[in-house]
Structures are given as structure tokens and as C-alpha cells.
Design a protein around this ligand. Structure first.
Ligand code: GDD
Ligand code: MN
Length: 424
């Protein structure tokens, strides 16, 4: 869904004042129209989290433009810069700027854009958080409109290139454009957002608690949040994405490969339940064939109905167990097969009894019906019960940490990996 904003298109940035030695308070721009201010005043204060790596040349411009927005709208805004130990003078630049609302966090371990963003989000002091790049590709002037969209009820708001009114710089070559479009298309099954790849987005910090755990690889922390926090009420505010003026992009080919790895994890995470159910259904269908075949053979061999029905059920329980253990619930394959077989038989016993009773019951009510048709009714009743008991009792998922995954101690908002995020 696209944010339905009552607000006009982006406010042009107030004129950039000339930097001067004694100007520690940059010239204040004229106040914004009263209606807008009134709405923004009731909004929660905002923490703007910016991952930076070798962005020393961009930092003064970034701080200046954010300051203008802050002053223009009277926002209670803190700027949290998260630097992966660039040692390029960035720390000194922030110190010299002497703005109490600007903080620089320097990380020395586990470098990475997504990790830096999570670090910044953890330390954010305000209830609304905005994440953006530090190279001025993302216009900070759009932040107020993003906050307004949150205020209007959106859960997650993207500064978007791909909604009407949004754009990318003209000199984006065909391949960069195509690359971005293909990457976006691959994320389609995960979200309806038009620009889920964006590194410019806003949400309420408390909503981090909606994620069981966060485990991004690569650049797409926004997509990770959309999927794991189950944001479906997503607004998109159009932006003009500008190419960086200083420094170089850090988006390498390796990062793009990481995106594929990240996508696989997100697909498994999002569709795990459906995948399990489909596999269980396929195994169940094979069990039906086994059941009916054995039942028919026994009946042809002259066995009484109860014996033929019981024989079909017994053999299909064994084949179902073996196939489910191998495929449907393969994540639990390293545990004791004997224990699991006992559990499976115990769980299937209920289904088997239901199956047996329903089959013979149908046969008694409609004696002319072929035994195989009655057996289908029994199988359907038994299978439903089976799935529920297996999924939630016999092969229940246990929680484990992904090998090599770093889980920081704080905060409660970013908890543990679980078995649903299969190691990749
Ligand atoms: N702390 C930290 N650590 N920051 C990093 C790192 C890192 O390892 N790598 C990149 N950054 C910072 C950069 O300094 C910049 O502020 C921001 O993250 C984005 O990095 P760029 O190098 O400018 O990436 P890009 O312009 O190629 O990619 C941007 O656009 C893509 C869409 O075209 C990012 O916004 C992507 O998230 C986005 O998908
Ligand atoms: Mn960039």
C-alpha cells in the first residue's frame, strides 16, 4: 500500500548557508506552514540511524542538511552515525561539529552495513527510527513526510524510488537499473512494497519486538525488517535518489551474492510452514496408495474386512514414517530414529484408530460401497489428526543458534535464531 499523504510533495530544502568558522548554529530556515507543524509536534521524537564507512567527505553535508530539517520542523531529532572504524577523520568531524544531538558510534568488530544499522537501532533513544545512507543519496528533507505516514497509521515507511513521483539519477546506466529491478523482482513474493531494497525507511522502534530474531546478511536490512517484523502495512513516500557526490559505493559483487543467500533464508523463513505442510501432504498421498494397495491385496487374498483395513493402515504407517523423517521433518533427522518411530506410532495410533473406526463405520452405513472408498473417508479423518500431532509433538522444532551467528546480549528486541531459519 502506498501512503496516502495529505501533505504536498517534498519541501525543497531550505537554502544551504555558507559554512563559516563561527557558525556553530546554522542559520535557521523559515518556519514551515502551521498545519504541518501542528501535526509534527504531536509526533514522537525521532532517531535517525546512519551506517557510515569512509564517509568523512559527506558527513559535514549530511549533518548540515539534517540540521536544517530538524530546525525547520522543530523536530526532536537525534542523529546516530554508526561507523565501522573507518579512521578517516569521521570521528573528529563529528566532534568538531559540536552538535549535542549528533552521536557517533564506532564499531570495531563484526563489520557490515546491516550489523551497523542494528547496532544503531539498539542504541536509538527515541520511539520513531529512520534509517538512511550517509552519502546523501537519500534526501533527509523527506523524513517529515515519512514520519507523517507513520502517524497516519503505516507500520513501515519507505523512501521509495519506484512509486509515482520517485526517481533515480539519470546517469544510472542500464545495467545498474536492470540489476536493481531484478533484485526487487526477486523480493516480490516476500512483500508488496515497490522498493523493498531501499536503505531509507522509518518505523516505530518498539516494533522490533515483533521479530522473533534478526539475522541479515549483506545490505538488505530493510527487507529483513519487513519480513521478520511482519510489516504488511507499508507506506512509500517518493524520493529522488541522487548518486553520491563524494567517495565510492561499497556495494560490491560479493554483497550482491549475499543478497541471494539472504533471499533464500527469508523464503525459508516466510514459507517454512507451507513447505512442511506440502511435503506432509505428498507423503500422505503416497501413504494412501500404499494403504489401498495392501488393503486390496489382502482382500483379494480372502482376508476379512477388519484385517484388510488394519493391514493397509499398518504398512502405510511405516512407509509414512520413513518418508516424513527423510523429507518433511528432515531438520530432526539427527535425533534417535527409535524414539521417533515410537512417537510416530503413538501419534499415528490415534489417527489409525480414527481411520479404522471411520472406515468400518462408513462400510456399515453403506454396505454397497467398495471398501476402498470407505477407506478414503477413514484416511482423511486420520490424516488430519496425524499432521497436528506430528507437527506439534513428535517433530516439534527445537530452538538452536545458527552456527557462527553472532547474537548480541542486548536488547530483548532482537532475540534468538530458531530452527525455522535453516542454516544456509
Ligand atoms: N558502518 C558501515 N559498515 N557502513 C557501511 C558499510 C559497512 O560495512 N558498507 C556501507 N556502509 C554505508 C555507506 O557508508 C553508506 O552510508 C551506506 O552504508 C550505503 O552504502 P553505499 O556504498 O553508498 O551503497 P549503495 O549506494 O551502493 O547502495 C545503496 O543503495 C541501494 C539501492 O540502490 C544502499 O542504500 C542499499 O541499501 C540500497 O539497496
Ligand atoms: Mn550510496
Amino acid at each position: 500500500m502506498t501512503a496516502d499523504l495529505e501533505t504536498p510533495p517534498p519541501t525543497p530544502p531550505p537554502a544551504t548557508p555558507e559554512p563559516s568558522a563561527e557558525s556553530n548554529s546554522l542559520s535557521r530556515a523559515a518556519p514551515a506552514p502551521q498545519t504541518r507543524l501542528a501535526r509534527i509536534e504531536v509526533l514522537a521524537p525521532v532517531s535517525v540511524v546512519v551506517p557510515v564507512y569512509h564517509e568523512a567527505d559527506n558527513l559535514p553535508h549530511l549533518i548540515e542538511r539534517v540540521e536544517q530539517v530538524r530546525n525547520h520542523y522543530g523536530l526532536d531529532l537525534e542523529l546516530v552515525l554508526v561507523d565501522d572504524n573507518s579512521r578517516d577523520g569521521s570521528v573528529e568531524i563529528v566532534e568538531q561539529a559540536g552538535r549535542p544531538w549528533v552521536r557517533m558510534l564506532v564499531r570495531t568488530e563484526d563489520p557490515g552495513l546491516s550489523q551497523s544499522v542494528l547496532h544503531g537501532l539498539r542504541s536509538a533513544r527515541h520511539p520513531v527510527v529512520v534509517v538512511m545512507d550517509g552519502d546523501l543519496s537519500h534526501p533527509p528533507e523527506r523524513i517529515p513526510d515519512m514520519i507523517l505516514a507513520l502517524d497516519a497509521g503505516q507500520q513501515f515507511v519507505i523512501g521509495s524510488r519506484y512509486v509515482p513521483g520517485g526517481s533515480t539519477d539519470d546517469d544510472w546506466g542500464f545495467f545498474r537499473w536492470l540489476n536493481s529491478r531484478v533484485a526487487t523482482a526477486l523480493a516480490k513474493p516476500l512483500t508488496k512494497a515497490k522498493d523493498p531494497m531501499a536503505g531509507f525507511f522509518a518505523f516505530r522502534r518498539a516494533d522490533l519486538d515483533r521479530a522473533e530474531y534478526l539475522n541479515p546478511v549483506g545490505y538488505k536490512i530493510g527487507l529483513e525488517l519487513i519480513v521478520k517484523c511482519r510489516f504488511d502495512n507499508i507506506g512509500e513516500v517518493p524520493i529522488d535518489f541522487c548518486d553520491r557526490q563524494h567517495g565510492e559505493s561499497k556495494l560490491t559483487f560479493k554483497q550482491q551474492l549475499k543478497y541471494v543467500q539472504h533471499l533464500r533464508r527469508l523464503y525459508l523463513y516466510r514459507f517454512a510452514a507451507a513447505t512442511t505442510l506440502i511435503q506432509f501432504g505428498v507423503v500422505g498421498a503416497s501413504g494412501v496408495a500404499v494403504n489401498l494397495t495392501v488393503l486390496t491385496i489382502l482382500a483379494l487374498a480372502g482376508a476379512a474386512d477388519p484385517v484388510a483395513v488394519a493391514g493397509g493402515i499398518a504398512v502405510s504407517v511405516v512407509t509414512n514414517f520413513l518418508l516424513n523423517r527423510r523429507f518433511t521433518f528432515s531438520y530432526a533427522r539427527n535425533r534417535s530414529i527409535v524414539k521417533q518411530f515410537v512417537g510416530f506410532c503413538g501419534a499415528s495410533a490415534m489417527g489409525a484408530v480414527v481411520n479404522y473406526a471411520v472406515t468400518l463405520g462408513i462400510k456399515r452405513l453403506a454396505p454397497d460401497l467398495p471398501l476402498q472408498v470407505a477407506a478414503l473417508g477413514g484416511i482423511a479423518a486420520g490424516m488430519t489428526l496425524n499432521f497436528l500431532v506430528n507437527r506439534f509433538v513428535v517433530f516439534k522444532a527445537t530452538h538452536h543458534r545458527e552456527p557462527g551467528a553472532k547474537v548480541e546480549a542486548t536488547p530483548p528486541a532482537l532475540p534468538h535464531p530458531s530452527a525455522t531459519d535453516a542454516p544456509t
